[in-house]
Design a protein around this ligand. Sequence first.
Ligand code: ADA
Length: 568
Amino acid sequence: MIRTFQQHNLRPTRILNGLWDFITDPDNKGVSEGWASQFPVGSKKSVVPSCWNNELGTYDYIGAAWYRTHFDTTREANIRLVFEGILHHADVYVDGQHIGYHFGGFTQFAMILPHLTKGKHELVIRVDNTVDWQTLPTDIADWHSYGGIIRSVELQELPDVYIDTMKIDYQLKDNVADVQLQISLSSLSHEDSSVEVSATTEGLSLSAAHVLVVAGQSTQLTLSGSLADIQRWDVGQPALYTFTVTAGEDDLIDRTGFRTVEVQGSDILLNGKKLYLQGVNRHEEHPEWGFAFPPKLMLKDLDILSDMGCNIVRGSHYPQSQFWIDLLDEHGMLLWSEIPMWGCFMSVETLASPIFRERGVHMLEEMISRDYHHPSIIFWGAHNEIDTRTEEALELTKAFVGKIRSMDTSRLVTYATMHPEQDIVLSYFDVIGINKYYGWYEGSVDGFGTMLQNYYLNAEKQGAGGKPVIMSEFGAAGIFGDAGWEPRLFSEDYQAEVVTRALKIFRDDPRIVGTLIWHFADIRVDVRSDRPYFRDRARSFNNKGLLSEYRKPKLAYRLVKEIYRSER
Ligand code: ADA
């Protein structure tokens, strides 16, 4: 299950999730020994999707592992395999042949097998969760080093001429939407074909076109039309429009919502109205499922966010499951979406690495093209906690922000800085996110006041004075169940005190347009003996959750709920 709705009525699709053969390859001999065609005897079973780090014996395994399943085709067919998320390196083999490689654990990719013969086929995937100083994330990340096929695998049968992509753009004038659909068709045929293309949505048929698709090539076309009396998508008012494109024997269905997002002075406007953002950072993680987060729990997390009075969630620190983003669309909850930039705060070498930059730009491209239509996404986050005092960070910012703006001008671009007082990249962004942990890593909560004054001075100096500011991370650790009379470090009381005092400071500052508490729920972190980082994480968890890892509310949750539900 990838989406909350069907994306195809005509194109046959099936999910390949289930029990797959599985074996780890710690000595990296699978390639030379030909495991792609001769899967080793003695393999175990693993459920796809899942993370191997939630299973006995592979709790902290980092390295290669091989997965195998089979699928049948009842006739010669063009097969498209869609992988929603594999952590982090994936080599895909079908019937022993290498058909492609993908890097990046949180973005979807697809591979096409034209004219695959009728019969039984073997799908083998070599998965490797090894990360280093040039990967996103790097090998220093404040979460567990999960590996595996973490999201669904889908098989689609394509006709010879198929719809490759569909991009919905619109301009709004009052309650009229001028819509353009850019459609890309591709041919797997040996002959030229003429296909009829049409599109519909609630209350509108976009004019049909006859298109010639040259054998083996792709062609683009745009269909446009105007939709009157539209309902706007808004926080808590999730009006959605479903677009169905049909081209010959193929179809593609996607959804969007109509809304405007802009910055005016120090404010963010949604549909022309001032927004005050109240939310949390959330990892898509659970101690039993890791990053293979199940849909049932997504619904529950969403209920909890609504109960707390949130109108936004930050998808920290990577593109989240499409099912989750669909749910946010359906519930009118906003999302900050970003790529997995973690661990670059100490090393500018990583920021300057061409491979790292290329990987980041590619991930931004994959994230934006996958999620372009979601009305819930209000911000694209370019990076998190890099050393934004340096020229290396400036150059990387230019590349990342340039990529984002070249693909999408309908959303705001932001990031999270840990150096607000000396940051030199402020002017590249629409909205500035500040991560600071007064009351935890540095000094007392009162430090926020001085830090903010210094930030405002720096912003003036950088020509970025007056930009909207979001407190994108702040918080303290509190171990679930540890309560007492005195606010000791790691107690629920201490955490609640830091978070509530910080919220008071931010809500009283008219230049701050929102708060994202670190974080929603506790997460597992990686404290293996060869890793010097995060040894201060009690229980091997990042305990700054307002909820425990099993979603039980701590004191801070109840107090934040009161604050988020009260007038500012
Ligand atoms: C950073 C980081 C988070 C988390 C947090 C913490 O701000 O962005 O991912 O690690 O610190 O708990 O220290």
